[in-house]
Write a protein that binds this ligand. Sequence first.
Ligand code: NAG
Ligand code: NAG
Ligand code: NAG
Ligand code: NAG
Ligand code: NAG
Ligand code: NAG
Ligand code: NAG
Ligand code: NAG
Ligand code: NAG
Ligand code: NAG
Ligand code: NAG
Ligand code: NAG
Length: 763
Amino acid sequence: MRLCEVCAVWTLSVTSLACGVWSTSATSWEAFERTDTLDVPEKRATVEQAPLYFHLSSGGNENYFYRDNVTAAQVLFTSSNSTTTVRRFVTAMPAGNSGALLYFLPLNASASNATGSPLDVQLVNSTLPLAHTVETWGNVGVKGQMSFSADAQLGVAIIGAVRAMRDYVEGAGLMHEIFNYTLQSYNSTHFRLHRPWINGTKALTVELQTSSNLWFNITPGNNGTYTPPTVEIRLNNSVQPGIAGWKVVCNETSLVGLETEGLFLANTTSNNTALQTALVGLNNGSTSTAQEVSFLTFANKFTAGGWRFLTYFGRDSLIALRLMMPLLQSDAIEAALGAVLERANTTGALCHEETIGDYASFVNMGNNMSELGNTPYYDYKMIDTDLELLPALAHYFVDLPQGQNRSAKFLATNATLQNGTYAELLKRNIDYNLARAAPFAQTPNVTNLIGLREGQPVGNWRDSNEGIGYGHYPFDVNSALVPASLRAIEALSLSGLIPANYSPVAGQYAGVWETHSASFFEVNVTAANATSRLQTFVSQANLTSALLSGNGMSANDSASFYALSLFEDGRPIEVMNSDIGWNLFYGTNVDEAFLTQVVRALQPYPRGLLTNIGMVVANPAFDSNDTNVYVLNTGSYQGTVVWSWQQALMAAGIARQLKFCNSSVPSVDINPSPASPPAWCQSFGLVQDLQNAQVNLWQAINGARSEIFTEVWTYTFDNTSNRFSVADLALLSPTGTESDAIQLWSFTFLALTDPTQSSSLKE
Ligand SMILES: *[C@@H]1O[C@H](CO)[C@@H](O)[C@H](O)[C@H]1NC(C)=O
Ligand SMILES: *[C@@H]1O[C@H](CO)[C@@H](O)[C@H](O)[C@H]1NC(C)=O
Ligand SMILES: *[C@@H]1O[C@H](CO)[C@@H](O)[C@H](O)[C@H]1NC(C)=O
Ligand SMILES: *[C@@H]1O[C@H](CO)[C@@H](O)[C@H](O)[C@H]1NC(C)=O
Ligand SMILES: *[C@@H]1O[C@H](CO)[C@@H](O)[C@H](O)[C@H]1NC(C)=O
Ligand SMILES: *[C@@H]1O[C@H](CO)[C@@H](O)[C@H](O)[C@H]1NC(C)=O
Ligand SMILES: *[C@@H]1O[C@H](CO)[C@@H](O)[C@H](O)[C@H]1NC(C)=O
Ligand SMILES: *[C@@H]1O[C@H](CO)[C@@H](O)[C@H](O)[C@H]1NC(C)=O
Ligand SMILES: *[C@@H]1O[C@H](CO)[C@@H](O)[C@H](O)[C@H]1NC(C)=O
Ligand SMILES: *[C@@H]1O[C@H](CO)[C@@H](O)[C@H](O)[C@H]1NC(C)=O
Ligand SMILES: *[C@@H]1O[C@H](CO)[C@@H](O)[C@H](O)[C@H]1NC(C)=O
Ligand SMILES: *[C@@H]1O[C@H](CO)[C@@H](O)[C@H](O)[C@H]1NC(C)=O
C-alpha cells in the first residue's frame, strides 16, 4: 500500500522552475526557450482508428481487449472452467485509470451441483462481443452482453478507480468508504451503479439491462450510500442462461492509442537480417503480440500492463522501450521518452507511478493536501527509474537510425504536464544523476554507493523487501545503471545534443563507478563451503543432488558471484542473481573478471541460474544465511522464479558483448562497437565460454518457449526425471497475486534473435 507516504507532490500550478546550475557557455540548450503555456494534459482520441480487439484466456480469466477512437478497455470474466463459486466481472480503462470490479455469487448456493460451479457468468460471444458506447455528459466506454447460468446476486462492487479495485484484490479485501457507489436508478429491467469522483464532476457508471430470460429484484440499502443494495439477478427459466446487456462508461478523456502501423517499423531497407526477421508481422498487426503491445501504448504514454497497471509506470516504460526500441518508430519512441520527461520532478528525479482520476484525490487527502483535488500524484520513491531514461534516450538519438535529425524538435517540445521544454526537463535529470554519482566518483566507498531512499524498503525492479534480500544498496543500480546513465550523458555531450563540458566529468565519473562499484558486491565461497551449501540447499529446496554433477561440473568447485545487494554496513546479501544482464546490456568496457562471473552464473541451477524451463532471477543456494532459501523460494515474486524480460535482457546483453569481438554476430539492436575491440576478445577461452553460455541460456529459454511473452513463472521439480516444469506463480505464491494477461515488458523478446534456431521467436 502506498497511501500514507508523504512523498513529493507535484502541482500543475507550478509556474516557476527551480533550475539547476547550468555552467556552460554552449548554446545548444539556450536555443530552446520555453513558453509559458500549459496545454491540456491528455490528448483526446479523435483520429480515425480501426477497432483493435482480441481475446486471451489467462490466469483463470477470459480477457477481452478493445480499443478504438472513442474508448479503450480491458474486460475480464472468470473462466467457465474455474472452480471458484464467486464470479468476477472487471472493466479497466486507461482513461483516468478507471473501471469497475463486480462479484456475482450464486443466489442459492444449495442449488449448486457437485459436478460444476453453481454459477457461470460470461461475455456473450456474439459477432460483436464488445463495442464502444457514447452516452450523455461526455461519457464513453464499452458495452456488451453477459450470460448468467443460474440465479445470482451482486457481491462486492468497487466502482471508479482501478487503484481502489487493486486495493481490494491485492489488499485482502481492503475497501475505503470514501469510494462507496450509489444505486442511481433501478427497476426490474435495469439497474445503474454510479460513482461520482471525490473532486470535480467526472463519474463512472455501470449499467445492466435485461436482454432475455432474466429480471432484477433490487432492494436499496437502508443506510444511505453506506449499505450496498441487495441486487438479485433472477432467471425466468433455468433451462437457458439469462442474458443482460451491460455498459461501463466514464467521462475521463480517452487517450489516443498507437496502432501497430504507428508503433512498429515496417520492413526496413536495412541490411540487418535479424532486424528484418524480427519486424515481420509487427507493423501490419498480423502477429498477435504486436496487437498486445499496441493496446498498451498511447500517443502520450506507455502503460505497464493489464488490468491493474493500465497506467503510467516509469520503470516498465523505460525497460520495455529500451529493449524494444530497435523495432519502434520515431513518434512512438518519442511518446514514451516524452512521457517520462513530462513527469520529472523539479529536482530531476523521475516518476515511478502516476496516480490519476478519483484515487488521486484520495492520495492527496491522505497527504493532507486535499486542496489539490484530483491533481495527479506522482511518486518518486524508486532509485532505478532516474537512471534508466538517459541510456534509452542516448541510444535513440545517438545510435539508432530512427533518432537521426530528431533531437532538436524533440528537445524544443513544450511539456504539457508542467512548464518547461523537454530540454530543460532533461537537463534536470542529467544534473540530478551527476550530483548523485559525484560522491562515489570522488571517494569510492560503500557509503557513497546509491542506497534506497530514506524510509523506503524498495527501489529497483525487485520491488519488495524480500526481492532484494532486505538489503540497502542494490547491485543493478550501482554496478550497471549509474555507469550507464553517466556514459549516456557523455555520449549525448560528445554528439552535441547537450553542452560539451558534460562529457569529461561524466566520463571520469563513469570510469570510477565502472572500476570500483561491482567489487563491493563480490562474493567468494570456498570449495568446501560451496559443496556443503549446495548439498544443504538441494535438500532444503526439495531438489536432488543429481543436479550437482554432470555438465562438466566438478563436485568441489569454489563459487563466486555478485551479491543481490548490500546491507547498509556493506555486508553482501549472498544471493546469486540475474542482474548482471544489465551490465552486459549497457556496458561497453565490461572486463574479463566480470564476464567470468557471467559464465559461472549461466551454469545449471542450483550451481548457476539455468533450469530447463528458463533462467531464475535469484538463487540463494550459496548464501551463508540460509533463511534466504525460504525468503527467495519458488513462491516468492523475485525469488527462484523466471522473469521473461530478465532473460531477454541477458540474451540481448550477451549478443551485444559478443558482437564487440565479432561484428557478424546477429543482433536486432544496433550497438556501435567501441573504437577497438575490448581486451577480453583476445582471450579465446573466455570468448568460447561466453558463446557456450549463450547457447545454454537459449536452451533454457527455449525450454519454456511458449511462455516468453508472459511476465513471470515458477517451477515445480520432478525428482525422478530431475526436470523442472513451468508452474503458475500466482498459485504457488502465498500472496496469490494474480497474473496479468499482458504486461508491456513481457514483449521484449520481440526484439531478439535466437542464435541457436532459425525459426522466428513469434512462432
Ligand atoms: C471514429 O472512427 C469512425 C470510423 O472508423 C468514424 O466514423 C467516427 O466519426 C470516428 N469518431 C471519432 C470521435 O473520431
Ligand atoms: C480453462 O479454459 C481455458 C480456455 O477458456 C483454458 O485456456 C484453460 O487451460 C482451462 N483451464 C483448465 C484448468 O482446464
Ligand atoms: C451440473 O453442472 C454441470 C456443469 O456446470 C452441468 O453441465 C450440469 O447440467 C449440471 N447438472 C444439473 C442437474 O444442474
Ligand atoms: C468467440 O467466437 C469465435 C468465433 O465464433 C471463436 O473463434 C472464439 O474462440 C470465441 N471466443 C470465446 C472466448 O469463446
Ligand atoms: C461503503 O464502504 C463500506 C466500508 O468500506 C463497505 O463495507 C460498503 O460495502 C460500501 N458500500 C457501498 C455501497 O459501496
Ligand atoms: C425501467 O426503467 C427504464 C428506464 O428508466 C424504463 O425505460 C422501463 O420502462 C422501466 N421498466 C419497468 C418495468 O418499469
Ligand atoms: C460526467 O458524467 C456525470 C454523470 O455520470 C455527470 O453528472 C457529470 O456532469 C459529467 N461531467 C462532465 C465534466 O461532463
Ligand atoms: C451506516 O452508515 C454509516 C456511515 O454513513 C456507518 O458508519 C455505519 O456503520 C452504518 N451502519 C450500519 C448498521 O451499517
Ligand atoms: C525486407 O526487405 C529486404 C530488403 O530491404 C528484403 O530483402 C527482405 O526480403 C524483406 N523481408 C520481408 C520479410 O519482407
Ligand atoms: C550494412 O549496412 C551498413 C550501414 O548501412 C554498412 O555499414 C555495412 O557495411 C552493411 N553490411 C553489409 C554486410 O552489407
Ligand atoms: C476534494 O474533496 C474533498 C472531500 O470532499 C474535500 O475535502 C476537498 O476540499 C476537495 N478538494 C477540492 C480542491 O475541491
Ligand atoms: C524529487 O524526488 C526526489 C526523490 O524522491 C526527492 O529527493 C526530491 O526532494 C524531489 N524534489 C522535489 C522538489 O520535491
